[in-house]
Design a protein around this ligand. Sequence first.
Ligand code: GLP
Length: 260
Amino acid sequence: MEIIIQPSAQEVGIIAARMVAQIIRKKPYAVLGLPTGSTPLVMYKELIRMHREEKLDFSEVITFNLDEYVGISPEHPCSYNYYMYTNFFSSVNIKPHNINIPDGRARDIPKFCTEFERRIVEAGRIDLQILGIGADGHIGFNEPTSSLASRTRIKTLMPQTRQDNARFFPSLDEVPQHSLTMGIGTIMEAKQCLLMAAGEKKAEAIAKTVEGPITAIVPASALQFHQHTTVLIDEAAAGKLARREYYTKTFDEKPDWQHL
Ligand code: GLP
């Protein structure tokens, strides 16, 4: 794992956008795995700026979103579908048929999930999977005790996760109980992963992910098995890392050819 510590959430978002841009410039038909939540908002803004001012081209890019709530329509303002169009897709030149978001209203959920997995394989697999992290260490909506080999499926949300995400809904009662999420096994098949986190509330989960044992109780810890994962965090989220100085030194002394 590479650990990059930046002063604030702003720099985290800018660096994430540069990583995405680097991949798209090398491979215009890149396949991206995309997250939602507050953390990636700066990244999406910066990608929109790069599209407008630096001609970053999304016309051949294919995307797969990590997760979606079950039971709410794509037009619902709290759906991840709505989030993605409002914060990103409607401001860049991505083609609608290249966008894949789990359908929280699918009638036959197992069939939909199998088809979603098939589409990822058909697209040539995910080149860069971008991830946020929950305070309990979840990635996507893979809550603690999720199988580390899991595939796209329905998951029941933990009370803590519903509470954390209630800020996007009119009330806690309206936060769905279930979600569709790529599995940890699905995420692990991406060629590269980028886990982003900001703020003190994520410090514990980040320390366990990076320095703790690999365990289904901390789903993100599975990334220790991934051959190419970058953990991009701000100072506050790095607050509980025991080997912080080593990570900073490694990043500062990177050879030029490895720099972003
Ligand atoms: C939700 C999403 C996750 C996301 C997490 C953190 O639970 N399903 O994919 O990583 O929120 O979100 P935030 O960045 O808002 O803290």
